[in-house]
Design a protein around this ligand. Structure first.
Ligand code: AMP
Length: 113
């Protein structure tokens, strides 16, 4: 089932897009949990990490390359950042289209609560 992220991919609703190519889209999180909070998503609809398959490995690799480019552009690569995938209920996943959270711009506590 399609999610709100599919509507962002299709430009049916607005998002603050920071990066886009044929396979990956990155945009600012609507409710930022840190001064920098960007979501990196594949354009392919994959509900959770549980549904990824070997054929998705290039897409997933590309998501990390995009993170690297964004981290350079936003000058956060030296101070650091955190990447998070939430999967299903216990992790608090709310949008069932896989997405990587890129969080930065403040000290991030560990372990998560
Ligand atoms: P998760 O809880 O891991 O599923 O994360 C979903 C994230 O999507 C949350 O941090 C939301 O704030 C964010 N979000 C939901 N709708 C939008 C939207 N329309 N534009 C940007 N971010 C959104």
């Amino acid at each position: 089932m399609s999610t709100i992220f599919k509507k962002i991919i299709d430009k049916e609703i607005n998002a603050d897009i920071v990066y886009e190519n044929d396979t990956v889209l990155a945009f600012k999180d609507l409710n930022p949990a840190a001064p920098v909070h960007i979501l990196i998503i594949p354009k392919k609809e994959i509900p959770t990490i549980n549904e990824i398959s070997l054929e998705d490995k290039e897409i997933l690799g590309e998501m990390f390359i995009v993170v690297k480019e964004i981290a350079e552009k936003l000058k956060i690569k030296n101070n650091g950042y955190r990447l998070v995938f939430n999967c299903n209920e216990d992790a608090g996943q709310t949008v069932f289209h896989i997405h990587m959270h890129l969080l930065a711009g403040r000290k991030l506590s560990w372990p998560p609560g």
